[in-house]
Design a protein around this ligand. Structure first.
Ligand code: S3P
Length: 447
C-alpha cells in the first residue's frame, strides 16, 4: 500500500557510545522471493523470520490477489498455500506495490507467462522508476505492457497466453530484471537462459533450486549463464529467512563512527553477492569482525562485531564491487565523511534509479551537513575530514536508506541532523528507531 501520508520529520542527535546486540529484521530480497515462490508452489510453504516491512507486506497482499492463501501466524512466521506454476488467478483489483521496485518487478515476471492481466501501481517514488527494463524482456515471452510515458507505473501487463522460452542478456546489472525473467521462464515450455555480465544477488537462483526447479549457473566469457527448465512442479519449502545485511549496515556503520561503541549484530547473511560493504569497510580500516561463521538455509551467515574506528581511511571502491553493495552506498558515504581522505565510488549509475536518485540525494544532504562531495553521472566522491558538522535538515525523498543514513550521521555529528520524513524507514526496517534507541541512539520524532 502507498502508506505515506503526512511526512514524519525525525531528528538524530549526537549520542554516547552505542553498545549491545542489534537483532535486525529478515532479509528483504529473500522475503519477497519466499512469498512469490511459495505462491507458485503446490502446497504449503512455511516461512520464519519474514521481514514485516511495508514492501514485503505489499507483496503478501499481491500474492493473495493472485489467488494464493497467505497467512500471518505472528512473530515473523507466515505460511503460503501456493497455486502452482501457471496457476495465478487474475486479480480483481489494482496491485499496489507501494515503494517496492523488487516487489513490482518480480511479480510482473511471475505473472507474465500466464493468460491473465493485472494493473500495477505504487507510491510517487515507485511510479517514477523505469519499468521498461522488465517489460522489454517480458515482451520476448509474449507479454504486453501498457503504462505511462517512459515505461512508468501505473501499468497494465497482459500475460502471454502461449509463452515461448527466452534467451536474454541483462543490459544493466540488476537482480530484479534477472529474477523477473527467471520467474517468467517458470511457465514457459523449454529452457529460458539469462546471461548477466556482472554477478548480482543470486537469491532467486538459490531459492528456485530449493523449490525443486531445474536450474544451473555456469561462468562463461559472456558472464554468468543461468539456465532454467520451464514448467516444473515447485515443492513447498520451509524457509528460515536470514537477517538482512543491508539493514545490518546501519547499526554496524553507526558503531564505527560513534566514539566508544561496541555492537554485535548477530546472524547476518553474508552471501558474497551482498557483502561488498563489509569488505570495503574492512579495507578502510574499520574494526569489523565476523564471529561464529556458519551456514543457515543455504546461505553463509555470521555475527558481525563492530567497534568505534577512529582511524578509517578513504578508499577507491572498485566498480566491479557495485552490485554486491548497491544498496549500501548511502551509508558508506556517511562513513566516508568520518574517515580521513577521499572515498571514490565508481560505476554506480544504477544509484540514479533507486527509490530516489541516491547520488543526488546523498550529495545534497552531505553538503547541507558540511561535507565536501563531488559527483558525476556514474560516480560519487566524499572528502573525509574525520567527522561531519551536521546541524541540517535533509530531504529523504521517499527513500528509506537515505533517511536511515542521515539519522546514523546525526549520531556522531557535531550537531543534530533532521530528516524531513522518516516514514519511509518502515518499508524495510520497521524497528529501526527502537533498535537504535536500545543501543543508545537519541532519535526523536520532530525537528
Ligand atoms: C534487489 C535488487 C537490487 C536492490 C534492491 C533489491 C532484489 O535492485 O537495489 O534493493 O531483491 O533483487 P536492482 O535489481 O535494481 O539492482
Amino acid at each position: 500500500m502507498s502508506a505515506h501520508g503526512a511526512p514524519v520529520p525525525m531528528t538524530s542527535a549526537p549520542c554516547g557510545p552505542l553498545s549491545g546486540r542489534a537483532e535486525v529484521p529478515g532479509d528483504k530480497s529473500i522475503s519477497h522471493r519466499a512469498l512469490i515462490l511459495g505462491a507458485l508452489a503446490v502446497g504449503e510453504t512455511r516461512i520464519t523470520g519474514l521481514l514485516e516491512g511495508e514492501d514485503v507486506l505489499d507483496t503478501a497482499r499481491a500474492m493473495r490477489a493472485f489467488g494464493a492463501e497467505v497467512t500471518d501466524h505472528g512473530g515473523g512466521a507466515w505460511s503460503v498455500h501456493g497455486v502452482g506454476v501457471g496457476g495465478f488467478a487474475e486479480p480483481g483489483q489494482v496491485i499496489d506495490c507501494g515503494n517496492s521496485g523488487t516487489g513490482v518487478r518480480l511479480i510482473m515476471g511471475a505473472m507474465a507467462t500466464s493468460p491473465i492481466a493485472a494493473t500495477f501501481t505504487g507510491d510517487a517514488s515507485l511510479n517514477s522508476r523505469p519499468m521498461a527494463r522488465v517489460t522489454d524482456p517480458l515482451a520476448l515471452f509474449g507479454a504486453r505492457a501498457v503504462g505511462r510515458s517512459g515505461g512508468r507505473l501505473p501499468m497494465t501487463l497482459v500475460g502471454a497466453a502461449d509463452p515461448v522460452p527466452v534467451r536474454y542478456t541483462v543490459p544493466v546489472p540488476s537482480a530484479q530484471v534477472k529474477s523477473a525473467v527467471l520467474l517468467a521462464g517458470l511457465n514457459a515450455p523449454g529452457r529460458t537462459v539469462v546471461i548477466e555480465r556482472e554477478a548480482t544477488r543470486d537469491h532467486t537462483e538459490r531459492m528456485l533450486a530449493g523449490f525443486g526447479a531445474e536450474i544451473a549457473t555456469e561462468d562463461s566469457d559472456e558472464g554468468r549463464v543461468i539456465t532454467l527448465t520451464g514448467r516444473p512442479e515447485l515443492r513447498p519449502q520451509e524457509i528460515a529467512v536470514p537477517r538482512d545485511p543491508s539493514s545490518a549496515a546501519f547499526p554496524v556503520c553507526a558503531a564505527l563512527i560513534v566514539p566508544g561503541s561496541d555492537v554485535l549484530v548477530p546472524g547476518i547473511g553474508l552471501n558474497p553477492t551482498r557483502a561488498g560493504l563489509f569488505e570495503t569497510l574492512r579495507e578502510m580500516g574499520a574494526d569489523l569482525t565476523y564471529e561464529n561463521k556458519r551456514e543457515e538455509g543455504g546461505e553463509p551467515v555470521a555475527d558481525l562485531r563492530a567497534r568505534h574506528s577512529p582511524e578509517m581511511r578513504g578508499t577507491r571502491v572498485p566498480p566491479e564491487r557495485a552490485a554486491s553493495m548497491i544498496d549500501e552506498y548511502p551509508i558508506l558515504s556517511v562513513v566516508a565523511a568520518f574517515a580521513r581522505g577521499r572515498t571514490h565510488m565508481g560505476g554506480v549509475k544504477e544509484l540514479r534509479v533507486k527509490e530516489s536518485d541516491r547520488i543526488d540525494a546523498m550529495a545534497q544532504g552531505l553538503r547541507a551537513c558540511g561535507v565536501r562531495v563531488e559527483e558525476g553521472e556514474d560516480w560519487f566522491a566524499v572528502e573525509g575530514a574525520g567527522g561531519l558538522p551536521g546541524g541540517a535538515v535533509v530531504e529523504s525523498r521517499l527513500d528509506h536508506r537515505i533517511a536511515m543514513s542521515f539519522l546514523v550521521a546525526g549520531m556522531a555529528a557535531g550537531a543534530p541532523v533532521t530528516v524531513d520524513d522518516g516514514a519511509p524507514v518502515a518499508t524495510s526496517f520497521p524497528v529501526f528507531e527502537p533498535l537504535m534507541a536500545a543501543l543508545g541512539a537519541d532519535i526523536r520524532k520532530g525537528v
